[in-house]
Design a binder for this molecule. Structure first.
Ligand code: MN
Length: 252
């Protein structure tokens, strides 16, 4: 199989290299990723500025393409221009920090996978539930095992991409895999108000991953309970139950 790896933490992020090292056991792996960190850019694409693509040498002589754009840009340009043919699978990550609940909407990691799905390629986003001392080797090994289990899954063809979140625990302490729905509760967030050296006030969003009392069957709840969470997500944002109701009210 041929695999494209990308991320939103930037091409030099250790999570991407760990992913490369494990997935190359399954086949040929291409690396196309943002040249700098693009966390929380969501599904943004570059229209005002051009995309510059640089061939770069990563650790261990691994070659990759660094793109001056967003994660979604990386997937688009990889499929349209850089790869000789579409890959069997796109894996985005491994992100430093979880992508569960409402954060899925802000996530560049998830958007890269979604973009691949829109373009007709199987895709998976992978995130690790920690912001420090991340053991990406274990997370990458678990990711490879999931890829092997799911490579022949037929559900991919329904326009689904998989949002995978891994606990930051030693392998033997992880309780298993649970298939989940996305948590939709609001995040606990606040702006830190600071003062710059010229005495102008500025604001900085803090604690964007906090969530009080996530429901137990959701991505958030399951991850916090020590399971790997796998959520099938779709880029069709239509609310189907509202279709008939609204048609009746304001016309077809
Ligand atoms: Mn990130």
């Amino acid at each position: 199989m041929t695999i494209l790896v990308t991320n939103d933490d930037g091409i030099y992020a250790p999570g991407l290299m760990a992913l490369y090292q494990e997935l190359r056991l399954l086949g040929e792996v291409a690396v196309v990723a943002p040249e700098s960190e693009q966390s929380a850019v969501g599904h943004a694409i570059s229209l005002i500025t051009p995309l510059r693509v640089k061939k770069v040498a990563l650790a261990g002589g691994v070659k990759g393409y660094a793109v001056s754009g967003t994660p979604a840009d990386c997937v688009k340009i990889a499929l349209a221009e850089l790869l000789p043919e579409p890959p069997t699978l796109v894996v985005s990550g491994i992100n430093l920090g979880p992508n569960v609940g409402i954060n899925v909407l802000y996530s560049g990691t998830v958007s890269a996978a979604t973009e691949a799905t829109i373009l007709g390629v199987k895709a998976m986003a992978v995130s690790l539930n920690t912001y420090k001392e991340a053991d990406f080797a274990t997370a990458a090994c678990l990711t490879r095992e999931l890829v092997v289990q799911l490579r022949n899954w037929t559900g991919w063809s329904r326009g689904i991409c998989l949002n995978v979140n891994l606990p930051a625990l030693p392998k033997e302490q992880i309780k298993g895999v649970k298939v989940t729905r996305q948590d939709t509760g609001p995040l606990v967030e606040h702006f830190e108000c600071r003062v710059d050296p010229r005495e102008h006030v500025y604001y900085w969003l803090a604690e964007i991953n906090e969530r009080r009392d996530p429901e137990p069957d959701t991505d958030y709840g399951v991850l916090n309970a020590g399971y790997i969470s796998v959520t099938p997500i779709h880029y069709d944002l239509t609310d189907y139950p509202s279709l008939k109701d609204l048609k009746d009210r304001i016309g077809r």
